[in-house]
Design a binder for this molecule. Structure first.
Ligand SMILES: [Zn+2]
Ligand SMILES: [Zn+2]
Length: 392
């Protein structure tokens, strides 16, 4: 057995030996869902655990109170394993980020043996606020990820893939300011902010036919007035604008804003808009690390499918993947056809299938760390592939 194979055996043993604790971490987070950037207990739980396993832990890393970084080893190369642990309003861990967190911790634990034998540094990075708040992008602005040679995480879903198709997304907050009046007694004195919103909403629907395939725009109206007998003086909404190519997102954003301008012009209401959160990029899947991960996941006994034609949604890991060679594989916890962000998926994320995904994801990532540390040409090929995707 060569050295890498022997190390992989150790990595697997270490992860399997901690199955109970990893499942406990996953269920602990699953059972106490915390919203984006409010993940105090989850972050503490994970940081405490890694601190107890010999990692040097920084809490509130990169100026985000619920971020952390747990480091083991020293010197080059630096490999990042990324944890997410935020939940969704109303439906808890329906995106299964508890599995991402526990798998990252497991991979970190396993990778210790590789670091002890081969040198290098493993960073388990706790990145809060993935759901809409762009935690990784905020952390990147403060220097996170810049010292990494490679980064990986694993996201639960309904199939096993080595990568994903993620859309670029921008989040828009819009408001219309009109003028209140009696809706029946003096409507001619009113400026109807709700009408402005409805017109804009319908204008967006008229735009849909004419956008590039794979684009998405969707939103909710959060204020449509206070009383039916008063002309609404104020309306508000939140909209997500997504595109499968980064440059097209800029064009699409402008077209959507034009829809809102049309509502303002027709009604006389004043439009206010702002892009509320950091903009998510598409995913720059690193083919070399993907291949290593896919081989490892197969070795662990899973069938790895192609992700061509499968749309994942969006992730702030996309932005990281344009800074450092990285992967965002999907690991199955539910049967095909169960979408994430549903109550059904939420229960899978806390099920026995979820626990198996934690262990398999941890081992596949841990083995990939071995591949990167044991065979330097893997990392140099990953970097070459990454360089080829960067626009000059
Ligand atoms: Zn999600
Ligand atoms: Zn997610």
């Amino acid at each position: 057995m060569d050295r890498a194979e022997e190390l992989k055996r150790q990595v697997q043993q270490e992860i399997d030996a901690h199955r109970g604790e990893l499942v406990e971490l996953s269920l602990g987070i699953h059972g106490n869902p915390e919203l984006s950037l409010e993940e105090e207990r989850s972050a503490r739980r994970l940081a405490d655990y890694l601190g107890g396993k010999g990692f040097a832990v920084t809490r509130g890393a990169y100026q985000l109170p619920t971020a952390f970084e747990a480091v083991y080893g020293g010197g080059n190369p630096h490999i990042g394993v990324i944890a997410e642990y935020d939940a969704l309003p109303g439906i808890g861990h329906a995106c299964g980020h508890n599995i991402i967190a526990a798998a990252a911790v497991g991979a970190g634990l396993g990778a210790k043996a590789a670091v002890d034998a081969l040198g290098g540094t493993v960073h388990v990075i706790g990145t809060p606020g993935e759901e809409g708040r762009g935690g990784k992008i905020r952390m990147a602005d403060k220097g996170a990820f810049s010292n990494l040679d490679a980064a990986m995480m694993v996201h639960p879903g309904s199939h096993n893939t080595s990568g994903c198709n993620a859309m670029a997304v921008a989040i828009l907050e819009v408001e219309f300011h009109g003028r209140a009046s009696h809706a029946a007694g003096a409507p001619e004195q009113g400026v109807n902010a709700l009408e402005a919103m409805i017109l804009s909403y319908n204008a967006i629907n008229s735009l849909r036919q004419h956008v590039v395939d794979g684009s998405r725009v969707h939103g909710i109206i959060t204020d449509g007035g206070q009383a039916a007998n008063v002309v609404p003086a104020h309306s508000a909404g939140t909209f997500y604008i997504r595109a499968s190519e980064d440059p097209y997102l800029e064009t699409f954003k402008e077209r959507v804003i034009d829809c809102f301008r049309s509502g303002a012009l027709a009604t006389g209401a004043r439009l206010e808009h702002r892009w509320s959160e950091p903009q998510y990029r598409t995913m720059n899947n690193n083919a070399v690390i993907e291949d290593l991960y896919a081989r490892n996941l197969k070795e662990r006994g899973r069938v790895v499918e192609s992700y061509e034609g499968k749309t994942f949604g969006s992730t702030d890991m996309g932005n990281v993947s344009f800074m450092v060679p990285g992967i965002h594989p999907i690991i199955a916890v539910s049967p095909p056809g169960v979408p994430i962000h549903t109550e059904e998926f939420q229960s899978y994320a806390g099920s026995e299938a979820g626990h198996r995904a934690v262990l398999d994801g941890a081992v596949a990532m841990g083995w990939t760390v071995v591949d990167l540390l044991a065979e330097p040409s893997n990392l140099s090929k990953a970097k070459e592939a990454f360089a080829a995707t960067q626009t000059p």
